[in-house]
Design a binder for this molecule. Structure first.
Ligand SMILES: *[C@@H]1O[C@H](CO)[C@@H](O)[C@H](O)[C@H]1NC(C)=O
Ligand SMILES: *[C@@H]1O[C@H](CO)[C@@H](O)[C@H](O)[C@H]1NC(C)=O
Ligand SMILES: *[C@@H]1O[C@H](CO)[C@@H](O)[C@H](O)[C@H]1NC(C)=O
Ligand SMILES: *[C@@H]1O[C@H](CO)[C@@H](O)[C@H](O)[C@H]1NC(C)=O
Ligand SMILES: *[C@@H]1O[C@H](CO)[C@@H](O)[C@H](O)[C@H]1NC(C)=O
Ligand SMILES: *[C@@H]1O[C@H](CO)[C@@H](O)[C@H](O)[C@H]1NC(C)=O
Ligand SMILES: *[C@@H]1O[C@H](CO)[C@@H](O)[C@H](O)[C@H]1NC(C)=O
Ligand SMILES: *[C@@H]1O[C@H](CO)[C@@H](O)[C@H](O)[C@H]1NC(C)=O
Ligand SMILES: *[C@@H]1O[C@H](CO)[C@@H](O)[C@H](O)[C@H]1NC(C)=O
Ligand SMILES: *[C@@H]1O[C@H](CO)[C@@H](O)[C@H](O)[C@H]1NC(C)=O
Ligand SMILES: *[C@@H]1O[C@H](CO)[C@@H](O)[C@H](O)[C@H]1NC(C)=O
Length: 542
């Protein structure tokens, strides 16, 4: 977009930031060379990773269509009863505003609707988006949630509609508004970084431009960089990138040293005044998870600028394999990753953490490291076991494999399954299916499509209610125990997208097992175009 490029250049000159002369042709990234060839007999694929099948098994299109049908039910319910509120309450046919009332589901669902070619729905979303007033909200704004859902959703739609799906929308004003609204949103949020250290506040009160909390979390600080750098690259305004890169720098060089109990694995809380970590507790679960996820995803986004993040990801991955990998005493063939407090391990994990298999697989394919792929596949198998163990076929929110703390009423369950349930809820989370997706794309093994389909069928059978799908209270009771009457916006963005993509045919946004990815998915599953020299890549290296 010429208008924005010119404005960006002016901004860069005015701000006095050095201009990085990298142009699109100079990047080392390999180009996508069409769909991969199926494995030939007696042929060892490079690094032992077989490419995805050229033609998915014949059941896949029907499965993909069933997921599209679930998307339509969920959207229609939301549109009828809740739009433009944030979420549908499917049991009471009402809406709720847990994400500031800017229509979270309408934006979180957009990239999924685009990939599914739901043109009528896309039109409904695009006519709404220019009307959002970011200034107007009664509730606390989460910098992290707003970034991954709203900013990520807008930027992804913009990339898709100025790229491979340009033919889907005639009205270029609607497409331009995606980027304009993304800028307005970031401009409303950017005061969050006005702390003494530059580590942002997460919880913002727009009405008096204040931030809350003396500390911020590892994931909430470390899961901004993809979206804000993308915005910077698309608009040429380097301030967006500089803000998040400064914040990220404290996470990459953690201090004090006690906050890094294993090389590359750090604490979970950072003082926004000093940038110092305040603890040494962490792992791959909620609160810390997507910091590690984005280290390797930034390298996928731009392997020139973010090489250092790749190095930190490798440290974290190696330490996780060496120190955190753990096998339940009653089922020695399963692998889970423990949490830690300092060097003390806590034998607990969660649905949220189950993205880790996919992240190891992504790292392994990008870095051509079969050991990471293999370890990722082991983690995928562990998370799959949490699904097959329960009465509904859906895995629990939190679980443990500490043999010394098993509640007596779960002793049988523990002996059969290797773990016991700590929190039996299911909030329409994606991570297990997300990891199946990476496993399938890297190996071409149809087993992972089957696992994703089994999970989808179980979720469809248990959580579908009223006008949509609802979170449930107990995955280990047939029927799910009780509905909590809440359809999360990430149901649209993530569960339905990964369930669909794993059964769908080749497209440029699909993850490529060999690692020559054209797109990278943010932590909310919004595909972002990998850097191709836009804006001249003016934001400097980190
Ligand atoms: C619907 O939700 C709104 C906002 O959450 C609430 O104020 C209202 O009372 C609810 N209506 C019903 C009928 O439950
Ligand atoms: C997308 O949907 C439109 C109708 O809305 C249809 O004309 C078109 O063929 C579809 N494209 C694909 C790739 O399925
Ligand atoms: C916040 O966003 C609105 C658009 O919704 C825009 O008009 C306003 O200028 C933005 N505020 C700031 C401080 O940038
Ligand atoms: C956006 O909301 C703010 C705060 O409620 C209000 O002052 C402003 O007038 C609104 N802007 C528009 C264009 O409605
Ligand atoms: C660039 O972004 C910053 C941070 O949001 C904002 O304050 C500034 O106004 C933007 N610059 C231009 C030229 O829009
Ligand atoms: C800002 O608003 C919040 C919520 O109303 C309030 O708790 C806080 O004290 C205010 N801060 C300042 C500095 O006015
Ligand atoms: C953060 O650091 C400041 C400055 O050293 C200190 O006063 C404050 O107590 C610290 N807060 C926390 C929660 O560590
Ligand atoms: C973590 O370890 C620290 C230092 O040993 C201790 O003070 C703290 O209570 C522990 N926290 C938890 C949640 O176990
Ligand atoms: C296992 O549980 C026991 C009892 O709650 C606890 O004392 C111990 O620290 C736990 N060990 C691990 C490794 O989680
Ligand atoms: C999903 O659930 C609905 C309602 O129970 C049912 O009609 C539909 O067939 C299910 N989809 C699949 C693929 O089983
Ligand atoms: C079941 O969930 C509904 C909300 O959907 C709630 O009103 C009700 O109290 C719950 N029932 C039980 C037994 O927990």
């Amino acid at each position: 977009m010429v208008r924005l490029a010119v404005f960006g250049l002016l901004a860069a000159v005015a701000s006095g930031f050095p201009s990085n002369t990298l142009s699109s042709g100079e990047k080392g990234r390999r180009q996508y060379e069409g769909p991969p060839r199926p494995p030939q007999p007696h042929e060892t694929p490079p690094y032992g990773i077989p490419p995805p099948y050229e033609t998915p098994p014949p059941v896949a299109p029907l499965r993909a269509q069933a997921v599209v049908d679930a998307f339509k039910v969920s959207w229609d319910g939301y549109y009828e009863y809740a739009f433009p509120m944030d979420e549908l309450m499917p049991v009471s046919n009402n809406g709720s505003n847990s994400r500031n009332g800017w229509g979270a589901s309408a934006i979180d669902a957009l990239s999924t609707a685009l990939l599914m070619n739901q043109t009528t729905t896309v039109h409904q979303m695009l006519t709404y988006i220019p009307t959002i007033n970011w200034t107007s909200t009664d509730s606390t704004v989460s910098l992290f949630e707003t970034t991954i859902r709203y900013l990520g959703g807008l930027l992804s739609a913009y990339d898709l509609l100025t790229g491979p799906l340009v033919h889907l929308v005639d009205n270029t004003e609607h497409v331009d508004a995606l980027l304009t609204q993304a800028m307005h949103l970031a401009n409303n949020l950017s005061y969050a970084f006005e702390t003494p250290s530059g580590v942002p506040w997460n919880n913002l009160i727009f009405s008096n431009r204040t931030g809350q909390g003396a500390t911020n979390g590892l994931a909430t600080v470390g899961t901004l960089i993809l979206e804000w750098v993308r915005l910077s690259d698309l608009t040429g305004n380097t301030t967006y990138a500089n803000l998040v890169q400064r914040a990220e720098s404290y996470l990459l060089s953690p201090s004090p040293s006690s906050s890094e109990p294993f090389p590359g694995l750090v604490g979970s809380s950072i003082n926004v005044t000093t940038g110092l970590f305040t603890n040494a507790r962490g792992g791959w679960g909620g609160g810390t998870d997507s910091f590690y996820e984005y280290l390797i995803k930034m390298y996928v986004y731009d392997d020139h600028r973010y090489e250092m993040l790749k190095d930190r990801w490798i440290m974290a991955a190696d330490s996780s394999i060496k120190y955190l990998a753990s096998r339940p005493v009653t089922r020695q063939h399963l692998t889970f990753l423990a949490r830690y407090n300092g060097t003390e391990l806590i034998l607990e994990s969660s649905h949220l953490a189950c993205f880790h298999g996919g992240n190891f697989i992504l790292g392994g394919t990008v870095l051509e490291r079969q050991d990471y792929v293999d370890f990722g596949l082991e983690l995928v198998r562990g998370c799959h076991a949490t699904y097959t163990a329960t009465a509904t076929g859906i895995g629990p929110e939190a679980f443990s494999w500490n043999a010394s703390s098993v509640p007596t009423d779960q002793l049988d369950f523990f002996h059969r399954n290797g773990f016991y349930i700590k929190d039996a809820g299911y909030q329409l989370r994606p991570e297990v299916i997300e990891s199946y997706y990476y496993a399938y794309r890297a190996t071409g093994d149809a087993k992972y499509q089957d696992w994703a389909w089994d999970a989808f069928l179980a979720i469809n059978a248990t959580t579908r209610v009223g006008s949509g799908y609802s979170s449930i209270e107990d995955v280990d009771v047939v029927g799910g125990g009780n509905f909590t009457d809440f359809q999360e916006s990430f149901w649209f963005a993530e569960v339905l997208k990964y369930s669909y993509l794993i059964q769908a045919g080749e497209a440029e946004w699909q993850v490529v097992g060999q690692g020559n990815n054209e797109w990278v998915f943010n932590t909310e599953a919004h595909p972002v175009k990998v850097f191709g020299g836009e804006g001249g890549g003016r934001a400097g290296r980190l």
